[in-house]
Design a protein around this ligand. Structure first.
Ligand code: NAP
Length: 267
């Protein structure tokens, strides 16, 4: 083995870091569940955070907790599907920090669990609007700020069901599969502008969104048994992947899906 030199030697003294201190991240759906954990993880890594969701009280409490620990946070209340809320989020980021380094499209819903022959068009539209069209609109609105500082990144929170088929998931699967193809398309289009986009596809977490499944006596056990690691993910384990995709350690990673799924997609 040759002696490390040049770039290799530099890694000995300056290993890849999260590199998020002083950066600004916008996290949608930050009022609870994975989004709340993401907010704490980014703030803990030194990033200022813009937190958005429809519920004001938990957002205010979370922002206060982050500030109490010496962090920097701002909130915008409203639906991520509302163009005025997206515009207000960008305006708040510009006014307070004047830059945006990372957008985490985390807000998501899974409002029905029905077989495909029972799904109505309105139900499909609802889930596609929140899980697919809204993240795309956030990406479009964030692009000028993301490219302004020469190296922004987007983390789109998908799901294993963006690629692994399961019954009673047609709307959710369509929305997450669509989100992953949108992510890859934008990654190709925006690479020359210095903006990276990646999907993060968790397996099952224990949140409000998945409680009906993971707490179900039979379905919960079945899901666990289909997970090679044999357990559901902790929110912090997924947030750690988002920190990697957001920061400089993933500077050559774009257009991918990171499966943080306990081994589902390896089967
Ligand atoms: N739980 C899982 O097992 C699992 C697995 C894979 C992927 N995921 C994905 O992870 C992400 C987070 O899910 P979660 O499990 O943390 O769900 P959750 O606990 O239900 O939280 C969802 C978050 O999204 C926000 N949200 C929902 N609709 C919104 C809207 N119209 N506008 C703005 N914010 C909205 C909610 O806030 P408000 O209600 O206050 O608006 C909440 O903060 C989702 O994209 C989900 O698909 C979850």
């Amino acid at each position: 083995m040759s002696t490390p030199a040049g770039e290799d030697l530099a890694l000995l003294t300056e290993p890849p870091s999260l590199g998020l201190a002083g950066r600004v991240a916008w996290i949608t759906g930050a009022s609870r569940g994975l989004g709340r954990t993401l907010a704490c993880a980014f703030a803990g890594a030194g990033a200022a955070v813009l937190l958005s969701a429809r519920s004001s009280e938990p957002l205010e409490e979370l922002a206060a907790a982050i500030k109490g620990e010496g962090g920097d946070a701002e909130i915008v209340v409203g639906s991520v599907a509302d163009p005025a809320v997206i515009a207000a989020s960008i305006a708040a980021i510009e006014a307070r920090w004047g830059r945006l380094d990372t957008l985490v499209n985390n807000a998501g819903i899974s409002p029905f669990y029905k077989r495909s022959e029972q799904i109505g068009a309105a139900e499909m539209r609802e889930v596609i609007e929140i899980n697919l069209l809204a993240p795309l609109a956030c990406c479009q609105a964030a692009l000028p700020l993301l490219e302004a500082d020469g190296g922004g990144s987007v983390v789109n929170v998908s799901s294993i069901h963006g690629s692994v088929a399961a019954p009673r998931m047609v709307g959710y699967a369509a929305s997450k599969g669509g989100l992953e193809t949108v992510t890859r398309t934008l990654a190709v289009e925006w690479a020359a502008r210095g903006v990276r986009l990646n999907s993060l596809a968790p397996g099952y977490l224990h949140t409000d969104l998945s409680a009906g499944l993971v707490e179900h006596p039979h379905l919960g056990d079945e899901l666990r048994s289909r997970t090679p690691l044999g357990r559901f993910a902790g929110n912090a384990e997924i947030a750690a992947c988002a920190l990697f995709l957001a920061g400089p350690a993933s500077s050559y990673v774009t257009g991918t899906t990171l499966f943080a799924d306990g081994g589902w997609t390896a089967q």
